[in-house]
Ligand binder design. Structure first.
Ligand SMILES: [Cu+2]
Length: 193
């Protein structure tokens, strides 16, 4: 009888969709007028790996700027670097976690690609225009969000469980934080130089 009951409970619970909730909160950025460069992400989901997305992410070079300035992606994502300017840029990164790639120069309307194979906050620079700067932030899970200027952020549909939540900013640093997701969960950060 007990065995039948357990079997019934297991069958019933596996038929239910896994519970999930959002992680939201506010990042306080000390020493910066905006928090818009901040990325918050779940460091790992135990026992789960995430296949590289088929869709490419896009980093444009437009009017002598990288657009967007911050591009968070899942590890394994290929980024298309489009040149929309009539001038030649020369995109490179000094960061070893992105192989210190140097994409060279290419004409307007064309694209070069790079695949971010591992966790990496890669600075993008241009050898021709030193004022150009952007970041591709490759993270290990699809549960990430870029904060708004006021520091608020929201990561949707995180499976229930206990995780480490990390915060990244190009100049400010903050401590990672344990979170227990059970429905909607709040986590605030303070980051500073
Ligand atoms: Cu340039």
């Amino acid at each position: 009888m007990k065995k039948i009951l357990i079997a019934l409970i297991v069958a019933a619970s596996s038929a239910l969709p896994a519970a999930a909730g959002d992680i939201h909160g506010k990042v306080t950025c000390k020493g910066s007028s905006t928090c818009a460069d901040t990325v918050v992400y779940v460091a790992a989901i135990p026992g789960k790996t995430f296949p590289a997305p088929a869709a490419h992410a896009k980093m444009n070079q437009l009017n002598m700027k990288f657009v967007p300035r911050i591009l968070p992606v899942l590890e394994g994502t290929t980024v298309d670097f489009l040149n929309s300017d009539a001038v030649l840029h020369n995109v490179f990164t000094p960061d070893a976690c992105a192989d210190k790639f140097n994409l060279g120069t290419w004409p307007k309307g064309e694209t070069k690609t790079y695949t971010f194979k591992k966790e990496c906050a890669a600075a993008l620079l241009c050898k021709v225009h030193p004022e150009m700067e952007a970041y591709v932030v490759a993270v290990p899970t699809p549960y990430y969000a870029q904060a708004k200027a006021d520091g608020s952020y929201q990561i949707a549909d995180v499976p229930d469980g206990s995780y480490t939540l990390k915060v990244w900013h190009p100049r400010l640093k903050g401590k990672e934080k344990p979170v227990k997701v059970a429905g909607a969960t709040e986590a605030d950060f303070e980051i500073a130089r």
